[in-house]
Design a protein around this ligand. Structure first.
Ligand code: FRU
Length: 465
């Protein structure tokens, strides 16, 4: 599988569709796989929702609840509409052709019917014309689509999801541009601690020679037609500082009383997605994360926090009372873990570096560390286990944390083949795949070049879902 698609909440269920090749372990003719969950933690697979047809294979897209039957497909009731890209070859030119289409479901997503008038949006000027993300815009009372169109995004609006009108473009000279833009999203978020004020956030994924695949974000204003970027044009802001969080988008129709903007990403990378050492399955999603806008040293920054529902997986682990950690390392011998959740707070003190060694054995370790002088958080997976399947896999991924800090909070999720690190209140995140041996289960705390205070630490074993 690759990208998450059609994220929508309806009748008490979170739907997660995804780019899926059912007949192979590598990318192939794309379908929409389907999973459903009451809590974004426990998932059940459903039948494939969308399969290739006379218009081509099924690329990425979104889903919405058509509450007021604007499409006229639901006999006055509400229903689900998926808006996706049909991908095939132009019969005349032989070039790739990408067009937007609809499918709908009147039974809460159990079965899907392709719309008879597909495709509903095409523009032969664009070879790359895909990944529609659609939302209802209250102030203008119409649907808005943000679409990846080559190296920019194009916005459209519609009264009924069927007829689309050009609204505007965004992206020329803005942000990171090495690869084509993919899988955009656009949503409004309140600014934490500033009552009544909001900003619009745009997510855009794209490829790069060095890091493979990555997602950037923009913060600005959106009036229903045009997005205006608040940042200087050249500035690039990354959603994640690891290598394995791509094509992520947010859930549609999470109830207003809940109020969360919840995100999930595809946890792999173009460089080696086809080569990861797994058998019988390939690729996973990140854990679901709540997005928020907060200021860090005066700068609005997109924050991510694991959804609270994940706490249902905790089983008793280990709580550490405050201690000073001198130069060296401490193994916690009672714990042998291949998956766990760690919540810790440090005062780096005089240590040059402090952190955790995870999934440790004689041969292997994955390091989550903090270099005090540089205020740099890193994940080093150079010796994490099997790293030889691709030259771009081993490495050290870093992020410089803003503000002045004499304390650092880390929230770390370790799973059988992944690690997700949230710094502070989620101001910086590193998501990385790892492929340790099943016997690499040690856990160590270490410092280098001085002493640090461990203010608090909880470690939970995680139950399987
Ligand atoms: C991103 C992407 C999308 C496309 C899909 C095809 O990973 O390239 O742009 O719709 O994957 O599987």
């Amino acid at each position: 599988m690759n990208d998450p698609n059609g994220l929508v909440f309806y009748n008490g269920e979170y739907h997660l569709f995804y780019q899926h090749h059912p007949n192979g372990m590598t990318w192939g003719p794309m379908h929409w796989g389907h999973a459903v969950s009451p809590d974004m933690v426990h998932w059940e697979h459903r039948e494939i929702a969308l399969a290739p047809d006379e218009h081509g294979t099924i690329f990425s897209g979104s889903a919405v609840v058509d509450w007021n039957d604007t499409t006229g497909l639901f006999g006055g009731k509400s229903g689900l509409v998926a808006i996706f890209t049909h991908h095939d070859e132009d019969p005349v030119t032989g070039l790739q052709r990408q067009r937007q289409s609809l499918a709908y479901s009147s039974d809460s997503g159990r079965s899907w019917t392709k719309y008879a008038g597909n495709p509903v949006l095409e523009d032969p000027r664009h070879l790359d014309y895909r990944d529609p993300k659609v939302f209802w815009h209250d102030r203008t009372s119409r649907w808005v689509m943000i679409l990846a169109t080559g190296h920019i995004v194009t916005l459209y609006h519609s009264p009924d999801l069927i007829h689309w009108t050009f609204a505007s473009e965004f992206g020329q000279g803005e942000g990171f541009h090495e690869g084509v833009w993919e899988c955009p999203d656009l949503f409004e978020l309140p600014i934490d601690g500033e009552a009544g004020s909001t900003k619009w956030v745009m997510l855009v994924s794209s490829g790069g020679a060095e890091f493979g695949a990555r997602t950037q974000y923009f913060i600005g204003e959106f009036d229903g037609t045009t997005f205006t970027n608040d940042q200087p044009s050249g500035e690039v802001r990354w959603l994640d500082y690891g290598r394995d969080n791509y094509a992520g988008v947010s859930w549609s129709d999470v109830p207003k009383e809940d109020g969360r903007r919840i995100y999930i990403g595809w946890m792999s990378n173009f460089h080696y997605a086809h080569a990861t050492p797994t058998e019988g399955w390939r690729s996973a999603m990140t854990i679901p994360r709540v997005l928020a806008l907060k200021r860090v040293s005066g700068e609005l920054t997109l924050h991510q926090q694991p959804v609270k529902e994940l706490a249902s997986l905790r089983s008793p682990g280990w709580t550490q009372s405050p201690i000073t950690i001198g130069d060296g390392f401490y193994r916690i011998p009672e714990l042998a873990l291949d998956s766990c959740e760690i919540i810790a707070e440090f005062a780096p003190g005089t240590a040059e570096e402090i952190g955790f060694k995870l999934r440790v054995s004689e041969k292997h370790e994955t390091i989550v560390g903090y270099v005090r002088q540089e205020q740099e958080l890193f994940v080093d997976r150079s010796r994490s286990g099997d790293t030889a399947f691709h030259e771009k896999f081993p490495g050290r991924h870093t992020v410089k944390l803003g503000g002045t800090r004499d304390r650092l909070k880390l929230h770390i999720w370790v799973d059988k083949s992944s690690i997700e690190v949230f710094a502070g209140d989620g101001e910086a995140v590193i998501t990385d795949l790892i492929f340790p041996d099943t016997s690499d289960t040690g856990l160590e705390i270490y410092t280098r070049g001085g002493a640090a205070e461990l203010i608090s630490m909880e470690i939970y074993r995680l139950r399987s879902i």
